[in-house]
Design a protein around this ligand. Structure first.
Ligand SMILES: Cc1cc2nc3c(=O)[nH]c(=O)nc-3n(C[C@H](O)[C@H](O)[C@H](O)COP(=O)(O)OP(=O)(O)OC[C@H]3O[C@@H](n4cnc5c(N)ncnc54)[C@H](O)[C@@H]3O)c2cc1C
Length: 430
C-alpha cells in the first residue's frame, strides 16, 4: 500500500481504467473530468424512450483488454448478426461469416456482389489472422488497407462493394489510406467474437468502469477542467479552477489535443477522423426495424452505414418505433474534402437511400431525432503511425500518458493504455 496521491486528468475509457487500477494498487486517486459526465467519446443520452450513443459505435467482445477490464455479463450485451447486408440501388445481399453463422451460408454463397474467389480469399484471410497474435499484427511492416488488399489478391469489386463501406465506416476513412494493421486487427476481432452494444447504450461501458474505480475508492470529480500541470522535483502541481493540487504523479488521459497541450509531448497524434451520425425513428413495421445486421451503402457515400440499433437492442427505442443510426464518414472540421451536407440534406439522402433499398416498405412517419457531428472520433492512423506513438512515460517528471493515442484508436486501445499507465506509475512510485 502507498499513500501517494495520484491525479488522473480525463474520465474517458482510458482515464477511468487508469483510476481503477491505481486505486486498486493502493494510491489515493482523484480523477478530474471537465464535462458533467464521464465517458469521453463513449457516452449515451436518453430521451423520449430512445437511447442515443454519442455517434454510432460498437464493442467487439474479442477485444483482449475488454475481456480483462469489463464485466460483459453485467453489461447485458446485445449482438449484431455477423457480416453485413450490402445494398446498392434496390439490391440487398448478405455477406456473413459462414463458419460462425452456418444459417447464413446459402445467402453468402449466392451473394452475387462478391465473387467466389473473393469469398475464398476472405476465408483464407480469416485463417491467417487467427494464427497471428494482436502484437504480431501491430509489429509487422505496414501499408495502406487498399494496398494490402490488392497485394492479398482481392478484386477491385470486393474492395469497392464491401471493404470501402464496411472498413471505411470503421476506420472513418473511405479512401482506405489507413494502416493495414487496423484492418487486420479489426477483421480478427470481428471474426473471433461478437459485435455488440450494451442493452442500456454504449455509455454503460463507461459507467461500469467508473463504478469499478469508485468501488476501489477513487474519487471522480466532474465539471473540473485541469488547466495546467507543472512537474517539479518531488511533486506535480495540478491547476484546476481556483486551486492548485499537489500530486506525487499525474496520469494525463485527456483527448489527444488536450493531452498534447498539457504535456507538450509532440509525438501525440492530433490529426483526426470524423463522422456524422443521424438517428432516425422508423415505423416498427419497416424491415429495418427487425433487422440485426449492419447495412452498407455500396452505391454511394451518404450515408456510409445504416445500423438498425433497436433491431439488435430493443431497449434503444420505445415499443412502437424503431431506432436506426445512419453514419456518414468525414467531417469538414477534420479537414476532409468530403462535403458534409446540412442536417436536412443528410436526412433527405438517407430517406432516399432507405426507400431505394426497401422500395416496398413505407417509411411512414420516418423522423430525424438527432444529429451528432463528431469532428474528432479517432486519431488518424496512416501506415507506420503506431511505432511513433508516445508511451506512458513520454512526458518529463512524474507525468504519465494514457489514452487511445498511446496504443491504437479504439476502445481496446484506450483500455490497454489506462492499464499500462497505472502499471508504470505503480512501478515507479512503489
Ligand atoms: C463516433 C465514434 C465512433 C467510434 N466507434 C468506435 C467503435 O465502434 N469501436 C471502437 O473500439 N472505438 C470506436 N471509437 C473510438 C473510441 O471511442 C475511442 O478510441 C476511445 O473512447 C478513446 O478513449 P480515451 O479515454 O482515450 O479518450 P476520450 O474518450 O477522448 O476521453 C478523454 C476525456 O478527457 C476529458 N478531458 C479533456 N481535457 C481535459 C482537461 N483538461 N481536464 C479534465 N478532463 C479533460 C474529456 O472531456 C474526455 O472525457 C469511436 C469514437 C467515436 C467518437
Amino acid at each position: 500500500m502507498s499513500d501517494s496521491q495520484v491525479v488522473v486528468v480525463g474520465g474517458g475509457v482510458a482515464g477511468l481504467t487508469a483510476a481503477r487500477h491505481l486505486a486498486a494498487d493502493g494510491f489515493d486517486v482523484t480523477l478530474f473530468e471537465r464535462n458533467e459526465d464521464v465517458g469521453g467519446r463513449v457516452r449515451s443520452r436518453r430521451g423520449d424512450g430512445y437511447i442515443f450513443d454519442r455517434g454510432f459505435q460498437v464493442l467487439f467482445t474479442a477485444y483482449p483488454a475488454a475481456r480483462r477490464e469489463l464485466d460483459f455479463g453485467a453489461l447485458d450485451l446485445r449482438a449484431f448478426s455477423a457480416g453485413a447486408t450490402i445494398c446498392r440501388g434496390d439490391q440487398r445481399s448478405v455477406l456473413a461469416d459462414p463458419l460462425r453463422e452456418p444459417g447464413a451460408l446459402t445467402q453468402t454463397l449466392f451473394n452475387a456482389e462478391i465473387s467466389t474467389m473473393d469469398k475464398l480469399r476472405t476465408l483464407r484471410l480469416r485463417a491467417d489472422l487467427r494464427a497471428k497474435s494482436v502484437e504480431e499484427i501491430f509489429a509487422e511492416p505496414d501499408a495502406t488497407i487498399e494496398q494490402h488488399l490488392y497485394t492479398y489478391g482481392f478484386s477491385e469489386r470486393y474492395v469497392e462493394r464491401f471493404v470501402r463501406p464496411f472498413y471505411g465506416g470503421i476506420t472513418l476513412d473511405r479512401d482506405l489510406d489507413t494502416s493495414k494493421r487496423v484492418f487486420e486487427f479489426t477483421f480478427k476481432m470481428l471474426s473471433e467474437g461478437k459485435t455488440v452494444v450494451p442493452a442500456g447504450g454504449m455509455g454503460e461501458l463507461s459507467d461500469q468502469l467508473a463504478d469499478r474505480a469508485i468501488t476501489q475508492d477513487a474519487r471522480i470529480v466532474t465539471e473540473t477542467p485541469v488547466e495546467g500541470i507543472a512537474p517539479g522535483d518531488a511533486a506535480v502541481d495540478v491547476q484546476i479552477p481556483g486551486e492548485t493540487v499537489d500530486a506525487d504523479a499525474v496520469v494525463v488521459a485527456a483527448d489527444p489535443k488536450s493531452s498534447r497541450d498539457l504535456t507538450g509531448v509532440d509525438a501525440i497524434p492530433t490529426d483526426g477522423r470524423g463522422c456524422v451520425t443521424q438517428y432516425f425513428a422508423v415505423p416498427s413495421g419497416h424491415p429495418l426495424a427487425n433487422s440485426d445486421r449492419i447495412h452498407l451503402n455500396a452505391g454511394g457515400e451518404v450515408p456510409t452505414t445504416v445500423a438498425p440499433l433497436s433491431g439488435v437492442a430493443p431497449e434503444y427505442a420505445p415499443d412502437d418505433r424503431a431506432l436506426v443510426a445512419a453514419t456518414t464518414v468525414g467531417h469538414e472540421d477534420a479537414g476532409d474534402d468530403v462535403r458534409i451536407e446540412s442536417d436536412g440534406d443528410l436526412e433527405t439522402q438517407t430517406r432516399d437511400i432507405l426507400s431505394a433499398w426497401y422500395p416496398a416498405a413505407s417509411l411512414g412517419d420516418f423522423e430525424l431525432l438527432r444529429t451528432d457531428r463528431l469532428p474528432f472520433a479517432q486519431f488518424a492512423q496512416p501506415p507506420g503511425v503506431h511505432e511513433g506513438l508516445p508511451d506512458a512515460r513520454a512526458p518529463d517528471g512524474a507525468v504519465y500518458l494514457a489514452g487511445d493515442y498511446t496504443h491504437d484508436a479504439s476502445i481496446n486501445g484506450a483500455l490497454e493504455s489506462g492499464r499500462a499507465a497505472a502499471d508504470a506509475v505503480s512501478e515507479d512510485l512503489q
